[in-house]
Design a protein around this ligand. Structure first.
Ligand SMILES: [Zn+2]
Length: 384
């Protein structure tokens, strides 16, 4: 077999997920990164794509919470085609891999969503698996989820979730709403379990973490708040170096001061969008559980004003992280790539530009942090 063709992408600054290299180039061989080299060391004859002056090159963004994009809502169309349309919509914002996220719905639709995602894992490189946000949640913290569809996990659910599967499976649940031992069984099957839409106390959260819960979904939103005599899940998350938390940095979901506080904790932050159909789409309204959601001034809102996901894309999340939270760009890029990759057990393959990693890249302009290009598995703007 002939050696895969090599080419390179050169930028003023290459952040490889760990360190920053000036005047460097990422050499790509087939779908993998061969290495990061000084531009002056590149062999002559190598095909080099040179980015505009001052551009940054970084690991592609990995978004673990994507409800929709490109005018498609996964819950309304739990199909392969919908997932691919969502992938394409988000790619222009630097997302090279993601978990299509299916929120609380009927068992039949959940099974269809699960099967659709399974059929794409290994086929479409950007589809890493699925995030099931619900239905094992607390009606007390339903947010825009339909509380009437929330339920306890049954034997059939656990058979599906714990059975053989391809790719990553992230389940957001309310620990106080599932039987004891359920989280342990999921965790032992390789499922990443994340707390969300929950009224769990601090003690209940600690017990869930002892069973294997390691994630916190959109920290602060739809969970028991921090309080003096009941620290709740937020304190339990932030004191743990082995916890990961998603944050929606759109300026609406959480006050930047609270996110700044979270960043001073020990847990590992991940940027997520919680994106809805308008991201990368043309329409400013969509349907959720039969109710119309409108997008106005960057917010997705129900008629009663409740937030219904976000209109955020990953490039904007990175920008907001730098501008609203005063986070160094390298850290924001890590929150958008390496941290989520590590959380779902793919830190050996994604989220870094070290040799052997999949060549998923995003190029950003220096000042405005606009996306100049994306590469998925070594191909520019290429495959889903
Ligand atoms: Zn949610």
């Amino acid at each position: 077999m002939s050696e895969a063709k090599r080419h390179a992408v050169a930028a003023a600054t290459v952040f490889d997920g760990w360190t920053t290299h000036k005047d460097a180039a990422v050499v790509i061989e087939g779908s993998r990164v061969a290495g990061v080299f000084a531009q002056s060391e590149l062999p002559s004859g190598l095909e080099v794509c040179k980015l505009p002056p001052n551009a940054w090159l970084a690991p592609g963004f990995i978004d673990l919470q994507v409800n929709g994009g490109g005018d498609v809502l996964f819950n309304n169309a739990p199909t392969r085609e919908a997932i691919l349309a969502i992938a394409a919509a988000h790619r222009r914002f630097g997302t090279t891999a993601f978990l299509p996220t299916f929120i609380t719905d009927t068992p039949e639709k959940m099974s269809a969503a699960f099967a659709a995602a399974q059929s794409l894992v290994g086929d479409a490189p950007s589809v890493l698996g699925i995030h099931l946000e619900g239905p094992f949640l607390s009606p007390e913290k339903a947010g825009v989820h339909d509380a009437s569809l929330m339920r306890q996990p049954g034997a059939e659910d656990l058979d599906m979730l714990c059975g053989p599967r391809k790719g990553a499976l992230l389940v957001t649940l309310a620990p106080e709403r599932v039987p004891q031992g359920c989280i342990a069984r999921l965790a032992q099957s390789g499922v990443r379990v994340s707390l969300g839409h929950s009224m769990a106390s601090y003690a209940e959260t600690r017990a869930a973490m002892a069973e294997g819960l390691s994630g916190f979904t959109h920290l602060f939103n739809a969970m028991r708040p921090l309080a003096s005599r009941e620290p709740g899940p937020i304190a339990a998350a932030l004191e743990s170096p082995n916890a990961w938390f998603g944050m929606i940095v759109d300026g609406f979901h959480v006050d930047p001061a609270m996110l700044g506080l979270a960043l001073r904790g020990l847990a590992r932050p991940m940027l997520v969008t919680d994106a809805m159909p308008p991201v990368g789409g043309r329409q400013s309204r969509f349907d959720l559980y039969g109710a119309e959601i409108r997008v106005a001034e960057g917010r997705c809102e129900r008629p009663d004003g409740r937030l219904a996901g976000s209109a955020l894309d990953m490039a904007s999340a990175v920008r907001n992280c730098v501008r609203m939270l005063d986070v160094p760009l390298e850290d924001a890029l890590r929150f958008a790539s390496r941290n989520p990759a590590e959380f779902i057990g793919l830190g050996h393959l994604l989220g870094s530009l070290r040799p052997g990693y999949r060549a998923d890249l995003v190029a950003l302009s220096a000042d405005s942090l606009e996306v100049l290009g994306t590469w998925v598995a070594g191909k520019e703007n290429g495959p889903s």
